[in-house]
Design a protein around this ligand. Sequence first.
Ligand code: 8YV
Length: 309
Amino acid sequence: MKPEILLIEPMMPEIEKQLDAAYTVHRFTSVEQLKDCAGRIRGIATGGATGVSPAVMKSLPALEIIAINGIGTDAVDLNEARRRNIHVTTTPGVLTDDVADMAIGLILSLLRGLPAGDRYVREGTWGHAPAPGLGRKVTGKKLGIVGMGHVGRAIASRARAFAMPVSYTDLRNLELEGYAFVPDLKTLAQNSEILVIAASGGAGSRHLVNREVLDGLGPDGFLINVARGSVVDEQALVQALSDGTLGGAGLDVFEHEPDVPPALRNSPRTVLQPHRASATVETRLAMGNLVVRNLAAHFATQPLLTAVV
Ligand code: 8YV
């Protein structure tokens, strides 16, 4: 008998095929749908932002493992997992480059106005109306990074190619050569022209980037977020953009995905992406394979490859 698992967020067809071969896979629609199979479900595969709701976790008494197809654990109750001896795995390492690339892409898009230029050509406006205004130079801008884990460091190393002086904040000084540690986030914002968020989501970082921090960044400053929407006070961000007290924002993540405030969608000061920083064929395959291998290891009672719990 194949073990039964619940797939909460769709994965690549190649990956789902492997899951279907090894398990009886229930594709999640609602807690009610689980009524008849809940007692048999031993594993979950889910996305980083989607996680597992408390109601689903509670409804699965035989749950042994949650394999997250991502690095964020903020949408899974890790304490509850520990209490119930449920393993939790993530996909570290394999998505670092893509997320860092997206941060650089958002910086270039935002400061150089790439979406506006694209629209101007695409819509046939060129030659009929004035071109979009001048962009801002990227090379040499002072970069601040919030959260200097793997992703933060990958962004910093790319920033070197743009001759950007890099400062960062984190829970402690990581003694990183070439990058200045600034313990206070507001001071980091004041000293930066671009502030990139690469910190984990969750209760500890909720609304870390508030009005004060945005004011520190100022009217010539730009905010980039490739981490979690919850790290930014989105209302304060909307206000700062509409007041013009913040220069602009490049956002891959939002507080209440997929709902994005109209003020952010309509602002000429934003460049937006639908939470796609790890969304490349190569990376999603690597992530999916790691999910598959973690589940396989668990059901073969082998050591897990990338467990967080
Ligand atoms: C993915 C993420 O988009 O790593 C994470 O935590 O949020 C992203 O890489 C997601 O996990 C796939 O759904």
